[in-house]
Design a protein around this ligand. Structure first.
Ligand code: GLN
Length: 280
């Protein structure tokens, strides 16, 4: 069977499962199956597939048909300027989270050496991206999941920033090490009762630990705000990702812990997604 026909059949299988990006997904999985870039076979797609490549492609399509995210099938996700290793043990980096990167780079533009703490570091996409952009910055990442710290370590090596990062397995409540110029966090913030309404790709495959924000969605954010107010230096910046409907509540939490609100930012879908504040 040639590539074109296989991609078409793959697309149809995914369409039957109501996957909106069926054609793109089928092409991406073909690229993976034959070990080429998507661009490389799209113009040259009448060549015949080797049996083992076709089998591999079919397997990938059937997995995707269960709604397993493409990033988990490829074991990678592009974020900001780099490719990150990911697997089922960590949340897949979201384009929306790049808003936090923009803000951190903006507020640290004239800083030389600073210490950053990332609470719930996960794959490391936020902290490692910053360390990669700012070669003199130091980072500390904490996470309750040992498995996600292992992933973060792999990514730190990939981005060659491993000498400037420390990782600790810790609950946010229990961590009490150091003082930081900047703290960043993308904690779990989805209301427990609304988890079931997330897309199947998300809720059936991504770690609940990274999504579940308790009964009001704010239980982890509350802990992160409280802990950050203890661990941040005076005048330090705090950059936090939030749920689309949490802006006002989180602003109140921050003010109660002695933070001044610098700005709130929207994501690509124009939802409130990030709050930048300063410890006063
Ligand atoms: N933005 C993610 C989602 O909607 C949630 C991430 C989080 O809870 N921190 O799937």
């Amino acid at each position: 069977m040639n590539i074109q026909l296989a991609v078409k059949q793959g697309t149809n299988i995914l369409k039957d499962k109501y996957i909106r990006s069926a054609k793109l997904d089928s092409e991406i999985l073909m690229a993976k199956a034959i070990g080429k870039n998507r661009e490389d076979f799209i113009l040259n797609n009448d060549i015949n597939l080797k049996h083992k490549n076709l089998q591999y492609f079919k397997r990938l399509i059937l997995e995707r048909a269960t709604r397993k995210p493409i990033a988990y099938l490829l074991k990678k996700k592009f974020f900001w300027n780099n490719e990150f290793f990911v697997n089922k043990d960590t949340l897949i980096p979201r384009p929306d989270t790049e808003v936090l990167i923009e803000q951190i780079l903006k507020y640290t533009k004239h800083k030389n050496k600073i210490n950053i703490l990332d609470i719930g570091v996960g794959s490391g996409c936020i902290l490692l991206t910053i360390l990669n952009e700012k070669k003199k910055f130091f980072g500390t990442g904490i996470d309750i999941s040992k498995k996600s710290l292992d992933i973060c370590k792999i990514n730190a090596k990939k981005l060659q920033v491993e000498t400037r990062i420390k990782l600790y397995k810790s609950d946010v409540d229990k961590f009490a090490q150091g003082k930081y110029d900047l703290i960043v966090s993308n904690p779990p913030y989805i209301n427990k009762l609304k988890l079931k309404y997330l897309e199947k790709d998300v809720i059936n495959f991504e770690p609940k630990l990274a999504l579940d924000g308790g009964l009001d969605g704010l239980s982890e954010i509350r802990k992160v705000v409280k802990k950050s107010s203890e661990l941040i230096k005076k005048n330090g910046k705090f950059v936090l990702e939030i749920g689309f409907d949490q802006k006002n509540k989180v602003i109140n939490l921050l003010r109660n812990e002695g933070f001044y609100i610098n700005s709130t930012l929207k994501d690509l879908a124009k939802n409130d997604r990030c709050i930048v504040s300063t410890k006063i």
